[in-house]
Design a protein around this ligand. Structure first.
Ligand SMILES: NC(=O)c1ccc[n+]([C@@H]2O[C@H](COP(=O)([O-])OP(=O)(O)OC[C@H]3O[C@@H](n4cnc5c(N)ncnc54)[C@H](O)[C@@H]3O)[C@@H](O)[C@H]2O)c1
Length: 345
């Protein structure tokens, strides 16, 4: 089975590709990624040479480039490529609309024209906005996005559903909660906090730090995506979560304890505008219909994530300094001609 993964050089995408190459030998994977600041091919250095894996640098919002790629023929698309950092969407929403909305449209069109048999669209819990204390949103909750990022993902979800309804595209949507784990770019809360704490620098926390997030270990989510590829039903929306929301402040305290660092490193900063107080999903439908449950305990997975970042301090440093961007030039320019020939053939 030939699978196109978009955004495979990012955090979840690279974990997903590694997991699929390891656990699904029937899959041939093509990774289409623009390599924005968040895309890092070092994340996949250990699998880059495998015959079942291929990388193509392209922009999902570029219809001609996407058309060239789709001509190779794919049985399924796992669409993860997106602009993902909420703070950046507050400064400039334009790249979010371009990639998340227009890019999704370009892929849906290509999938429709080329008769792709399965399209898994990776969305987010943020499309629902913030539930009140104790409440867990299921898939019937109305869309109430708070940030331009969340609004762009909600718009993409609606486009996907319209393609199912009108063009019978065999697509489905996964809405997941906050992921954590190896290879997460150190601008997001946990890897940023780990990186700062390791250098005894302050850990910035928005507002009072009591915002709740329903954390899930990335490997559990990647298994959920694999399950959706195999068994998900066309036209369905599935929430995916571990179902145990925790306050950001508690997570940071646990992380500092794991690193043996003092809580005095926590520095409260002004809350960001429109900050959702809480995300929490009811993922009962996905668990029941697709027989999935998260395998990893939060505390153990957090300890493993801290340990991974400690063991990969050089990776972290290259992310922070921007040096990771040289990887593509160093490792892919020699292979570019071969790739270009492959794309044209
Ligand atoms: N990380 C989370 O906690 C989380 C939670 C719920 C949903 N999601 C969703 O999961 C998906 C992956 O998230 P992530 O955290 O791995 O993101 P990420 O920011 O780590 O990676 C995004 C990837 O997309 C690529 N990309 C961006 N614009 C592109 C474009 N125009 N064309 C091709 N590639 C492009 C980037 O280069 C990068 O490799 C996103 O769709 C996100 O909305 C993430």
């Amino acid at each position: 089975m030939k699978v196109l993964v978009t955004g495979g050089a990012g955090f979840i995408g690279s974990n997903l590709i590694r997991l699929l190459l390891r656990e699904a030998p029937e899959l041939e994977i093509t990774n289409l990624d623009k390599l924005t600041y968040a895309g890092n091919l070092e994340n996949l250095a250990d699998v880059a040479g495998l015959p079942r894996y291929r990388f193509i640098r392209a922009d999902v919002a570029d219809p001609r480039a996407v058309e060239r790629v789709f001509k190779k023929g794919f049985d399924a698309v796992l669409h993860l490529a997106a602009e993902t950092h909420v703070d950046r969407s507050l400064e400039d929403a334009a790249p979010f609309l371009r990639t998340n909305v227009l890019g999704t449209h370009v892929l849906l069109e290509a999938a429709r024209r080329h008769g792709v048999g399965r399209f898994v669209h990776i969305s987010t819990d943020e499309v629902y906005g913030s539930p009140s204390a104790g409440e867990f949103f299921d898939e019937s909750a109305p869309l109430k996005p708070s940030s331009p990022y969340a609004a762009s993902k909600a718009a993409a979800d609606l486009l996907v559903l319209s393609y199912v309804h009108t063009f019978h595209l065999p697509a489905l949507i996964l809405r997941c909660t906050n992921n954590f784990g190896p290879y997460q770019f150190p601008e997001k809360l946990l890897p940023l906090a780990i990186a700062n704490a390791m250098e005894n620098r302050p850990l910035p926390v928005y507002g009072d730090g009591m915002q709740e997030r329903d954390w899930i270990f990335v490997e559990d989510y990647c298994r959920a995506i694999h399950r959706a590829l195999e068994r998900g039903r066309t036209g369905e929306i599935y929430n995916v979560s571990a179902g145990t929301p925790r306050a950001n402040l508690d997570v940071l305290r646990a992380l500092l304890a794991l690193l043996g660092k003092p809580e005095s490193l926590i520095k409260f900063v002004e809350d960001r505008p429109g900050h959702d107080r809480r995300y929490a999903l009811d993922s009962g439908k996905f668990r029941k219909e697709l027989g999935w449950t998260p395998q990893n305990d939060f505390e153990q997975a957090l300890a493993a994530t801290v340990e991974w970042n400690r063991a990969n301090a050089e990776w972290l440093e290259r992310c922070r300094s921007g040096a990771y961007r040289n990887y593509y030039r160093r490792h892919y320019t020699q292979r570019r001609k071969t790739l270009e020939r492959w794309q044209k053939s």
